[in-house]
Design a binder for this molecule. Structure first.
Ligand SMILES: Nc1ncnc2c1ncn2[C@@H]1O[C@H](COP(=O)(O)OP(=O)(O)OP(=O)(O)O)[C@@H](O)[C@H]1O
Ligand SMILES: [Mg+2]
Length: 382
């Protein structure tokens, strides 16, 4: 609040004046005018004071508003600053986390580096080993190549010798047939034409000579068949194996209709193979089943495709005499028999023939069986 200057009123002191009344009035009037003038001046002063005050108040108000604005701005700045601070703190946290992760990562990397160095060290050792093994392998390969060449040469010699042997055994077998036929024929002639001159013992001897000659003839025929299997050329064509099996079965049944044998032949089994050779093989297998079940009142013979994981694997099985499985591998050798001629007749060439036929087709043959529990022969063809 402004305080104005103290007003001065110039009042004429009333004193006894010998002047007339009019001058007294005049004085009074002047005094009053002075007063009014002073008053007006005072008022002016007051008004200007008031204006100044108002201006000051206005300025103050504007200042106040500015101050409030500034305060708000400061508050905003403070607020911004606080959020900035918390952001900074967050950033600091995450930065610390990153640093922690980074140090863990660094440790891990150091570990990995150590492991890699170890591996590299091992690798060096391993490399030396590999080089050593390589050297040995190279030597081995060289040796093997040498052996291979040797083997090829031996094989060629062997197959030439084999061919010679086959030809020799073929011609010997062939040539043996004629004198054998003579022995049998003349024995028969003696028995028929000279019966009255021979006693019982001589007759018995002649019978024995005949049966031995006949057995030898069978053996020779079997050997000739066996050698034919290797000598003949392979002709491949599409074959109905089921039909072949059925025709063999009906031949057997016709020959011995009194036998009670059930045949179970799977339909639709086919293969691409040599028709003559496959017929020989299947005939041997099915005839064997027929023969080795003959000791039982009833029998079942099966031909089918095996479920085993082998492609195109066929089998012939029966529930007959079977065999001792310890000797299963022997069955396929020529003249190998697991039964005596008294139990079951035969020369022991059948399975050797089958073995050669299957091998010529690039297949395999094997057997499983047990005494009196039957036998099954599996074979593949390619
Ligand atoms: N289905 C079978 N059940 C039991 N044993 C069998 C069977 N097939 C073959 N064998 C055994 O294997 C042996 C060899 O058979 P393989 O067919 O070669 O000769 P084989 O039948 O005796 O005479 P053959 O030369 O007349 O066929 C037989 O003597 C027999 O002991
Ligand atoms: Mg046989």
């Amino acid at each position: 609040m402004m305080s104005g200057p103290t007003p001065h009123y110039h009042l004429q002191e009333a004193r006894p004046d010998p002047e007339p009344e009019s001058s007294a009035i005049e004085n009074a009037r002047r005094a009053t005018l002075n007063i009014l003038e002073d008053f007006a001046a005072e008022k002016c002063e007051l008004e200007s004071g008031q204006r100044a005050t108002l201006n000051i108040l206005e300025d103050f108000d504007a200042e106040k508003k500015r101050m409030a604005g500034a305060e708000r701005a400061v508050l905003n700045i403070l607020e911004d600053f606080a959020s900035e601070k918390s952001q900074l703190e967050e950033f600091q946290h995450s930065f610390l986390n990153i640093l922690e992760d980074f140090s863990q990562e660094k440790n891990r990397l150091e570990g990995t580096q150590r492991a890699v160095l170890n591996i590299l060290e091992d690798f060096e050792g391993e490399k030396a080993n590999v080089e050593l093994v390589n050297e040995r392998l190279e030597n081995e390969i060289r040796d093997r190549k040498h052996i291979e060449v040797e083997m090829q040469r031996t094989n060629m010699e062997l197959s030439a010798a084999n061919k010679e042997l086959e030809a020799f055994s073929y011609s010997v077998s062939h040539d043996l047939r004629t004198p054998l036929r003579s022995i049998d024929g003349f024995s028969q002639a003696l028995l028929e034409d000279c019966a009255d001159k021979l006693d019982a013992t001589a007759m018995d001897y002649l019978h024995r000579v005949r049966s031995a000659a006949q057995r030898m003839a069978t053996l020779i025929d079997d050997m000739l068949n066996l050698s034919r299997v290797t000598r003949c050329e392979l002709r491949r064509e599409s074959l109905d194996l089921s039909a072949i099996a059925k025709s063999i079965a009906s031949e057997l049944q016709e020959a011995e209709p009194e036998r009670r044998v059930e045949f179970a032949i799977e339909d639709g089994l086919t293969a691409v193979a040599d028709p003559q050779l496959i017929r020989v093989a299947m005939e041997n297998l099915i005839r064997n089943s027929w023969k080795y079940t003959s000791g039982h009142p009833t029998a079942r013979i099966e031909f089918g495709r095996s479920d085993a994981n082998v492609k195109d694997c066929f089998f012939v099985g029966d529930d007959g005499a079977g065999f001792d499985p310890r000797y299963a591998a022997r069955l396929f050798g020529a003249f190998q028999r697991l039964h005596t001629a008294k139990e079951f007749p035969g020369t022991g060439v059948g399975l050797a023939t089958v073995h050669r036929i299957i091998h010529r087709h690039g297949g395999e043959i094997w057997a499983i069986g047990a005494v009196e529990k039957g036998a099954t022969f599996y074979f593949t063809l390619r």
